[in-house]
Design a protein around this ligand. Structure first.
Ligand code: TMP
Ligand code: ZN
Length: 398
């Protein structure tokens, strides 16, 4: 693909991470022959500065059925979504009989919290989510028209870790045009390119993260669809995200935070190719350091186990070449992943109970974004002399 998915401007390649499997395509041993691979290449639009993947995954290859993402399994994420809802109850949703929509609803924690406060709410998601009312469809002008006819306009349309995964943003904005109340807000949060570059958070780059947003590129995107970026907020989850608020043009003024973040991005050279090239050389330095460490520890007879079969560890394992020879298995609390092999590198996934049976000498924390929670849960590992290996922002043993 050589043109921008937002504005059709020319794309320029920034980095090539090679042949990769789908990050959520955990494989059963009998299905190895049909594993799908694609080329993970990142580019930037010369016109609107949107950073995006240069190869789109055919929709029928994406893992939809039984999609194993359950943020409510993480207490930190559950609190994040509850706090989000609680704040809206005090701010955006104070009018008469407000109505909230969530696109792709992350276990429904946000909507359920709103529902408990008596706010009308609806998830728009093609796959099943229990516990909240769901309109089973992709969010676009058609589903938005159906929802508007039945429920009226939405005061808030929210999406967490969803918009960055939708190459066809035009259809999302077409839906907003139909459904959003005149002073309504489209609020979405996704990994932030600025944070990825600042922390060498390269493993946010994988198939389901099609876009790598900045305030600059989101502002250009909103403008191109006749809307306006009116607020930004930094979120501490998933290694650094930004929550963007977009409103209909003329309904709200941009906050000071928008101007400040745009200025910060300019000063950091976030849209400069040299800044990205430096990111890539830091990634390769991390690769060398981690492979040297794992090989060295293995040579000295130390045992190493992986922890957290995250989507983002697909990029780490496959780009670095970390397989069962270096990390014999990875523990993960998600039942549907247990008993499978990790995409591409085929490291067996086992239940966390096997972590303690016996404890390894070292644990490679693939789920570094949940470090505090996992290290607290596995306190006995460190008490028994075990050590964690982290690799973002740099390789270190803690
Ligand atoms: P995520 O970063 O995409 O939320 O994925 C986190 C993965 O880590 C998920 O597969 C579940 C796993 N995990 C554990 O095994 N134990 C834990 O305590 C937490 C929080 C996550
Ligand atoms: Zn563009």
């Amino acid at each position: 693909m050589t043109t921008c998915r937002v504005c059709t401007g020319p794309l320029r390649e920034l980095a090539d991470f090679g042949r990769q499997p789908l990050s959520q395509a955990f494989v059963r041993p009998e299905d190895l022959a049909t594993e799908f691979f694609y080329q993970l290449v990142v580019g930037r639009c010369a016109d609107c500065a949107m950073v995006q993947l240069m190869q789109e995954i055919p929709p029928d290859k994406m893992v939809h059925e039984g999609y194993p993402y359950h943020p409510a399994n993480s207490t930190v994420m559950r609190k994040h979504f509850q706090d989000t809802a609680t704040r809206w109850l005090e701010t955006t949703l104070t009018g008469p009989d407000p109505f909230a929509i969530e696109i792709g609803c992350n276990d429904g924690v946000t909507l359920r919290t709103l529902g408990e406060a008596g706010v009308r709410h609806l998830a728009v998601d093609p796959s099943g989510v229990t516990g909240v009312p769901v309109h089973r469809a992709f969010f676009n002008s058609e589903s938005a028209a159906e929802i508007r006819a039945e429920h009226g306009p939405a005061d808030i349309v929210y999406a967490a870790n969803t918009i960055c995964a939708q190459p066809d943003v035009a259809s999302i904005f077409a839906g907003l045009e139909v459904l959003l109340a005149p002073d309504g807000l489209f609020v979405f949060e996704d990994p932030y390119l600025g944070e990825m570059l600042a922390r060498t958070g390269f493993d946010q780059i994988y198939d389901e993260h099609f876009y790598y947003f900045t305030a600059q590129s989101v502002q250009a995107m909103a403008d191109s669809f006749g809307m306006r970026l009116v607020d930004v907020e930094r979120l501490p989850v998933h290694g650094g995200q930004i929550r963007y608020s977009i409103a209909r043009r003329g309904s709200r003024l941009p906050s000071v935070a928008v101007k400040e973040l745009l200025a910060e991005e300019e000063a950091a050279g976030l849209a400069d190719d040299t800044t990205f090239a430096q990111f890539v050389s830091q990634i390769d330095a991390t690769k060398d350091a981690l492979l040297n460490l794992l090989t060295d520890l293995g040579d000295k007879g130390h045992s190493i186990v992986g922890y957290g079969a995250t989507a983002k560890s697909a990029t780490t394992a496959n780009y670095f070449g970390i397989g069962p020879d270096l990390v014999p298995f990875v523990c993960d609390s998600t039942p549907s992943k247990q008993g499978t092999l990790t995409p591409g590198m085929h490291i067996p996934v086992r239940p966390p109970a096997e972590f303690a049976d016996p404890y390894p000498d070292y644990a490679l924390l693939f789920a570094w974004n949940h470090a505090d929670e996992i290290m607290a849960k596995e306190k006995a590992f460190r008490d028994a002399g075990g050590k964690w290996i982290l690799y973002v922002p740099e390789v270190r043993i803690v």
